[in-house]
Design a protein. Structure first.
Length: 133
């Protein structure tokens, strides 16, 4: 509830550096709210086997992920397309954390790259929820 309240404040704010920043900040806020609401549906034990894809807004634009699921387990999380210019450690760290936890819940963002990490988590949640049976 506290996170959703914070993201709603971002959505109602009109004080941004420019229109591009406003669009990115608001897209990330909307997608974070959506991901929070999808966490319950992102139960990997209810996801069909296969590779499931989704995207979310990172620091510099869309981040696409492919999530491989087999026998109720997340087997892989791969960033397949992005425009991020730095913070590549977020890709490996976030993917490894999701695999270790077998969930998008409780994944800590990579220090200094929290926007990129959050986008990977959000896209993974969308992919899993969209493939739930």
């Amino acid at each position: 509830d506290q996170a959703i309240e914070f993201y709603n404040k971002v959505l109602s704010d009109n004080n941004f550096r420019n229109k591009e920043y406003e669009n990115r900040f608001k897209a990330r806020a909307r997608e974070s709210i959506e991901a929070i609401e999808l966490f319950e549906k992102a139960d990997v034990s209810k996801v069909a086997d296969g590779t499931h894809t989704a995207s979310s807004t990172g620091y510099n634009g869309q981040i696409d992920v492919a999530v491989g699921v087999s026998s109720g387990r997340i087997e892989s999380v791969k960033v397949t397309k992005h425009r991020e210019k730095q913070f590549y450690s977020a890709f490996n760290d976030t993917e490894a954390s999701i695999l270790k936890l077998q969930s998008v819940r409780g994944v800590d963002g990579t220090s200094g790259a929290t926007i990129t990490s959050r986008a990977i988590v959000n896209a993974t949640a969308k992919a899993l929820a969209g493939a739930s049976q």
